[in-house]
Design a protein. Structure first.
Length: 102
């Protein structure tokens, strides 16, 4: 249990960091805008390779991560990811080509 003066930096629903007396229960990647469990094997592998850490963010709960614009990790949260993916607008072939040229 954290001591009373220990603070953790979490990401709020507005995407901005704030100090919290409690640690976050979800970790995420600021650049990829994804969140997942703290024991995610994909995140742990990236951290072990020396990446990811400087872009790591933490959220108090799943609703806050979603409100801040993050999506579920496909590796550690496959059901939530599938639900999120189905809710995304379909990409057209011409739209994909335009995005690739940008």
């Amino acid at each position: 249990m954290p001591t009373s003066n220990e603070r953790f930096t979490l990401t709020g629903a507005d995407g901005k960091p704030y100090a919290s007396p409690l640690p976050g229960i979800f970790g995420g990647h600021r650049g990829g805008k994804r969140y997942g469990r703290l024991d995610c094997r994909a995140a742990r592998r990236a951290i072990a390779r020396g990446g990811y850490v400087k872009h790591r963010v933490f959220s108090a709960d799943e609703a806050t991560a979603i409100a801040a614009g993050y999506r579920p990790c496909a590796v550690c949260m496959p059901q939530a990811y599938t639900t999120w993916k189905k809710s995304q607008p379909a990409k057209t072939a011409s739209g994909a080509r335009k995005a690739a040229r940008s």
